[in-house]
Ligand binder design. Structure first.
Ligand SMILES: Cc1ncc(COP(=O)(O)O)c(C=O)c1O
Length: 440
């Protein structure tokens, strides 16, 4: 069906309720409606071209419309689009499970699929809780961190710590024991101090199900990287005090931090590793919760014992999504994505230094190929722009006029370019963003 751009815009305003979007404002503005993509570029319905500098919400890896990923989908589509995995299996889901185990930290041998990052976390929470019950222990409390973000389903919100997103739902959530945000806390204290707080909890409480944390960086809170050694310390303490560790690699997995998973950089194997976003190269919704033999075996028993994990979704392990995820991992090898990323991480680091020259830049943060530039009204006084002024949005809007598509987190300008981006396109993104901030 060919529909005129004006009509698409009207129907978008009339019928489509967008996520994380104030629809009153959205309906008054002229919004981007994308029609096609190629490599790092997207085109809107008027044929205008943009660099996708947010990787379509942090998930695109090798670019849009990648021939190999397209082919994998076409081949799978000729066979079958979807078959259930509740009690049966399918070829690409098996092959992908095998491949994920191969590339993950040693000891993560079991893969449970779902569709989005929030579900991967939700599943880890339920599995961890159920694990203790199957072992005859009733544990019920999770240890979490302020400013954490794990997605928008109620379990994931319960272990989240961003009041703006999560505060409204407090009455519906389960209680957690919350530690401070590592980045903010370690501005004035040491990582050892933070670990001591965790140790105190684990020493006193015998009912801790698991410690839950994002891997390496609190991304949705505005790109707040952890101090080095934090995750290793958490791993040591959870082992020493006999509780579980859930690591959320949804944002960081698949190369974003320079290695396939950030866990590798801290040389740890958590009890659960949650994956999503880049798993399919940004093509289809697919997520996975990886865990150990030890956790898996606690769910084994005779049928009548009813120890199994009563959780699943209609599209769990969807054939098309698994086929494209497999191709995504093959492209990592064929195109040597990670070794080619290293110089771009360095280029990003150098370019980000120049942002400090701008008056309204309050902080610049980077982990691998993920970065955030925080805008403030007054750097000396640490005074932010008023929330209602939408300064980050206005800067993104100026970038859009110059062909760069960004989505800020409040007043933090997020840079999450597809890993495949070329240096010339990176330069364009960075120069444009610097120019836009200088206009404030
Ligand atoms: C660390 C982390 N976990 C979980 C999620 C939720 O993933 P999804 O939006 O696919 O549910 C996100 C999304 O940004 C995330 O950054």
């Amino acid at each position: 069906m060919e529909v005129k751009p004006e009509l698409l815009e009207r129907w978008d305003r009339e019928h489509f309720w967008h996520p994380f979007t104030q629809m009153k404002v959205y309906r008054e503005e002229d919004n981007l409606i994308f029609e096609r993509g190629e490599g790092v570029y997207l085109w809107d319905i008027y044929g205008r071209r943009y660099i996708d500098a947010v990787s379509s919400l942090w998930c695109n890896v090798h670019g849009h419309n990648h021939p190999k990923l397209n082919r994998a989908l076409e081949e799978q589509l000729k066979k079958v689009a979807h078959t259930t995995t509740l009690g049966s299996s399918n070829v690409p889901a098996i092959l992908l499970a095998r491949k994920l185990v191969e590339i993950s930290p040693p000891g993560l041998t079991k893969v449970f699929y779902s569709e989005d990052g929030a579900e991967a976390v939700e599943i880890a929470l339920k599995m961890a809780y159920h694990y203790w019950r199957n072992r005859g222990e009733r544990r019920k409390v999770f240890v979490t961190f302020s400013e954490a973000y794990h997605g928008d389903t109620l379990g994931a919100v319960s272990v989240g710590g961003i009041d703006l997103f999560h505060g409204t739902y407090r009455d519906l959530l389960f209680e957690t024991l919350r530690l401070p945000s590592p980045y903010l806390f370690c501005k004035t204290a040491s990582v050892e101090d933070l670990l001591s707080q965790l140790e105190e909890i684990l020493r006193e409480r015998e009912d801790v199900v698991a410690v839950v944390l994002e891997s390496g960086i609190q991304a949705a809170a505005g790109m707040l990287p952890y101090p080095k050694g934090l995750m290793r310390g958490v791993r040591e303490l959870t082992r020493r005090y006999g509780t579980l560790m859930i690591v959320d690699e949804v944002a960081t997995g698949f190369g974003r931090t320079g290695s396939m998973f950030y866990c590798e950089q801290e040389q740890i194997t958590p009890d659960f590793m949650c994956l999503g976003k880049g798993l399919t190269g940004g093509y289809l919704p697919l997520a996975a919760t990886l865990t150990t033999d030890e956790v898996f075996e606690a769910f084994l028993g005779e049928f009548g014992e009813a120890k199994h994990f009563y959780h699943g979704h209609t599209y769990t392990g969807n054939n098309l999504a698994c086929a494209v995820a497999l191709a995504n991992l093959e492209v990592f090898e064929e195109e040597q994505t990670l070794s080619r990323l290293a110089p771009k991480i360095e280029l990003l680091r150098k370019s980000l230094e120049e942002f400090w020259e701008l008056d309204h830049v309050g902080d610049v943060r980077q982990l691998g190929f993920m970065a955030g530039v925080e805008l403030v009204r007054d750097r000396e006084k640490g005074k932010p722009f008023p929330y209602g002024e939408r300064t980050g949005f206005k800067v993104a809007r100026m970038c859009r006029e110059k062909g760069v598509f960004l989505r800020p987190l409040g007043d933090v300008m997020v840079l999450m370019m597809p890993l495949v981006i070329g240096e010339a396109e990176m330069e364009h993104v960075l120069t444009t963003l610097r120019w836009a901030i200088s206009q404030l």
